[in-house]
Design a protein around this ligand. Structure first.
Ligand SMILES: *[C@@H]1O[C@H](CO)[C@@H](O)[C@H](O)[C@H]1NC(C)=O
Ligand SMILES: *[C@@H]1O[C@H](CO)[C@@H](O)[C@H](O)[C@H]1NC(C)=O
Ligand SMILES: *[C@@H]1O[C@H](CO)[C@@H](O)[C@H](O)[C@H]1NC(C)=O
Length: 354
């Protein structure tokens, strides 16, 4: 009996050892958002857009009645701005959606399976996580955002002062700024953009059937990964996320697009309880300032009715007068899964060091 137990312990140690590599961590399933119950997990944000977009964020009932949110015949969730109505009131804004998860998470993995993302002139979509506290206390993690017809996509952190990123990092994306302090550089944050021609954002993303974005936040770092729909290297836990038990993030996940190390130069304490937010604004501080009528379908000559000269006002005029421009401004979402960092990761680390 004793020797049998002893032998099986030896075997378990032998079998387990290769799994305990430095970069591997396990996470326990916390919540799944998908299908008919998707919107039960989210609150609808209805305050004025803090980034000054030309949108009215509507509540759940209005969204459902206007068919701005729902579930399609493939059981995928859609949310989108109104793309039917001309708005005659010069101060009138276009209805859009911004939702925020009810259940916060701290360290964990968020996996989003997106079939379609908003794109087109005037659009500014984002999939991100923001503190449930007094921003920027508790931090902001932008998983993916972009503007207009850009194929540029970026991941960014925004924090309290005292969080900077090294210029040399093991990631596929390109560094933008290195200071994550929300009060520096007009809150541009420490961003990493992807320039790999890999269908990770915009029209090319949609034409390719979308893909998966994953954010991994553990004790050592925050990382953002992307796999396009037909990527044969997508980990099974990402393409087919389990709805109970654990997943392991290890070397098989490959290189992240964005790697934000936590430690001396950016304490992990900068990040606390976060909610997931999905928003689509139109125009606003970013998309409005770089708006170009030539990027709208058919080019600038198709929009003789647009009289403003200022790019932001032009954008707002297009939003009012041209609903058809926003046909591609919706999200189609297969699912979002959240996993929490397992408690035993710490124990395993301690054991390894002995
Ligand atoms: C949308 O998301 C981005 C996250 O990148 C955030 O900075 C911005 O404030 C949000 N805009 C609106 C208006 O909700
Ligand atoms: C609502 O939108 C969905 C998805 O685009 C569509 O399949 C459905 O026909 C629409 N319903 C109505 C009543 O327009
Ligand atoms: C932290 O910042 C200091 C000063 O900028 C730098 O010399 C050092 O290399 C950084 N450490 C890491 C791990 O990035």
């Amino acid at each position: 009996m004793f020797s049998f137990k002893f032998a099986s312990i030896l075997i378990s140690i032998y079998v387990l050892l290769p799994c305990i590599s430095a970069d591997s961590a396990t996470f326990t399933h916390s919540i799944t958002y998908k299908g008919d119950s998707f919107f039960d997990g989210f609150n609808f944000f209805t305050a004025p857009d803090p980034t000054h977009g030309w949108v009215d964020y509507v509540d759940a009932t209005t969204a459902q009645q206007g068919n701005l949110t729902g579930v399609d015949s493939s059981n995928n969730v859609f949310l989108r701005p109104n793309d039917l109505d001309v708005i005659t009131d010069p101060n009138g804004k276009r209805q859009s959606i911004r939702i925020q998860s009810k259940q916060p998470f701290t360290k964990g993995v968020v996996i989003g399976n997106f079939i379609h993302m908003p794109t087109g002139c005037g659009t500014w979509p984002a999939f991100w996580a923001s503190t449930t506290g007094q921003w920027p206390d508790g931090g902001e993690i932008d998983i993916i955002e972009g503007v207009n017809t850009g194929e540029e996509n970026q991941s960014t952190l925004h924090t309290n002062p005292g969080c900077t990123m090294p210029s040399e990092r093991d990631q596929l994306g390109q560094n933008r700024k290195l200071n994550c302090d929300a009060k520096a550089d007009g809150n541009s944050g420490c961003g990493v953009s992807y320039n790999n021609g890999d269908s990770s954002y915009g029209e090319s993303f949609n034409n390719n059937g979308g893909g998966w974005y994953a954010m991994v936040h553990d004790d050592e770092s925050i990382r953002v990964f992307f796999w396009k729909r037909d990527d044969s290297n997508v980990p099974k836990d990402v393409s087919n996320p389990p709805e109970s038990g654990t997943i392991t993030v290890d070397d098989s996940w490959g290189k992240p697009y964005a790697f934000f190390p936590l430690g001396n130069n950016c304490s992990g304490d900068n990040f606390g309880a976060e909610s997931i937010i999905i928003n689509t604004t139109l125009c606003g501080d970013w998309a409005g300032s770089v708006f170009d009528l030539n990027q709208c379908p058919g080019g600038a000559e198709k929009y003789k009715d647009i009289t403003s000269k200022d790019s932001k006002e032009q954008c707002e005029e297009v939003v009012r007068k041209h609903p058809e421009v926003f046909k591609d401004a919706g999200w189609t979402i297969g699912s979002i899964h959240v996993y929490k960092l397992s408690q035993d990761n710490k124990k395993r680390l301690v054991r390894r060091r002995r």
